[in-house]
Design a protein around this ligand. Structure first.
Ligand code: PLP
Length: 407
């Protein structure tokens, strides 16, 4: 398999057998040994690259000669991360960004213009809704929000000016599943790009490009790192949209990933497959256990047969149901705060996808900046709690939660 990363600078070709499975790609793709013979990849902490002559500098800037110029848009460590992630998602090109939100901003600003229209699921990460409502709207790009599972609603919301369909699946925090093949079909014959935020699943569980998505975005901050160390993002797709348009946006506007963070993410991808399997196993066990607990009104987890889209999730996510479990407790915000405050081991933090289990109240944190009406429409109630199930022993996680649930 050959992956083309940079169209403006040196095209970095990484060759490996098409037959390599995901676990092997995570460990072996994107490794270019230098003459030093290192076994683990070096970090290229350099802001710029030196040229042999003024002529060479001119040729590089003119795009006549391939090679690195400046780390805002080309750096070997960042390229190594991009090569590995693109190979895992099954994409042709990948561009790395300074955060997950920068990845969403990059795909929007690189491909949309004033007068264009987005149709988005109403269940999205709060800042993504904020980006669409508060910033893209100022540029004359309007967004219509629809229920993620209502395919007729998506069809009805699409207009002549629709240029993007945007989803998270599973959604944050209610783990609603979007039928990606159905939405890809809606985009056929139109100028709309189908963009999937694959943050909750990662390519270890689900590969949206195989279901017809045009572009995958990531918050690498979450499971790709998996240890809560660094903030970053990525955009994966074909050579025109990502290798050319998103890359040019990054080159000019600069929301780039640092080489050091790229090195962290690159190394972390080596354990992604085994980590995700462990997250899924524990989350399934916690979800099934929560259903039985006093004071728990509803559990949101795609791996429960009671989940409205259980079958769709099983089809789209062959690698597993994920590590995020949300549940609603009785007593509204007060009940939720009480339970969160009684935990001793779980970390009260909004990040997810960490080795450490985290617990958060979405309505007052991750989704606090969207309006109460938007929260209600998305089903984010005051009694809702989200857990990102980590890699601690599952019985210890249950024990930490059970004190509060008993109370
Ligand atoms: C589903 C989803 N997408 C995107 C983001 C944004 O990522 P970042 O915090 O890296 O900007 C988040 C952050 O929580 C998220 O949960």
């Amino acid at each position: 398999m050959r992956l083309r990363l940079q169209t403006m600078t040196e095209p970095i070709m990484s060759q490996f057998p098409e037959t390599w499975q995901l676990a092997t790609r995570g460990v072996r793709a994107g490794t270019e040994r230098t003459p030093a013979g290192e076994h683990s990849e070096p970090v290229y902490m350099t802001s710029s690259f030196a040229f042999d002559s003024a002529e060479q500098a001119a040729a590089r800037f003119a795009g006549e000669e391939t090679g690195n110029i400046y780390s805002r848009f080309s750096n070997p460590t960042v390229d190594a991360f991009c090569t590995r992630l693109a190979s895992m998602e099954g994409g042709e090109c990948c561009v790395a960004t300074g955060s997950g939100m920068a990845a969403t901003l990059a795909i929007c600003l690189a491909t949309l213009q004033s007068g264009d229209h987005i149709v988005a699921a109403h269940s999205l990460f709060g800042s993504t809704i904020g980006l669409f409502n508060n910033y893209l709207s100022k540029l004359g790009i309007e967004t219509t929000f629809v229920a993620p599972d209502d395919i007729d609603g998506w069809r009805a919301a699409m207009r002549r000016e629709t240029r993007m369909l945007f989803v998270e699946t599973p959604s944050n925090p209610l783990t609603e599943i979007v039928d990606m093949a159905a939405l890809a079909e809606l985009c056929q014959g139109t100028d709309a790009l189908f963009v999937v935020d694959n943050c909750f699943c990662t390519p270890a569980l689900q590969r949206p490009l195989e279901f017809g998505a045009d572009v995958v975005i990531h918050s690498a901050t979450k499971y790709l790192d998996g240890q809560g160390r660094a903030v970053g993002g990525a955009v994966i797709g074909d050579a025109d949209i990502v290798g050319n348009r998103v890359f040019r946006f990054l080159r000019t506007c600069g929301p780039s990933m640092s080489p050091f963070n790229a090195w962290i993410f690159h190394k972390a991808l080596e354990t992604l497959d085994v980590r995700m399997a462990a997250h899924c196993r524990s989350a399934q066990s916690i979800a099934e256990w929560l259903v039985e607990q006093p004071g728990v009104e509803h559990v949101y987890f795609p791996g429960l047969p009671s989940h409205a889209q259980y079958r769709l999730a099983a089809r789209q996510q062959p690698g597993g149901f994920g590590g995020i479990v949300s549940f609603r407790v009785s007593g509204g915000r007060e009940g939720a705060f009480r339970l969160i405050n009684t935990t001793q081991m779980l970390s009260i933090t909004a990040n997810l996808g960490d080795t450490r289990s985290t617990i958060v109240h979405p309505a007052s944190t991750t989704h606090a900046r969207i309006s109460a009406a938007e929260r209600e429409r998305a089903g984010i109630s005051e009694g809702l709690i989200r857990i990102s199930v980590g890699l601690e022993a599952v019985d210890d996680i249950k024990a930490d939660l059970s004190a509060g649930l008993r109370g």
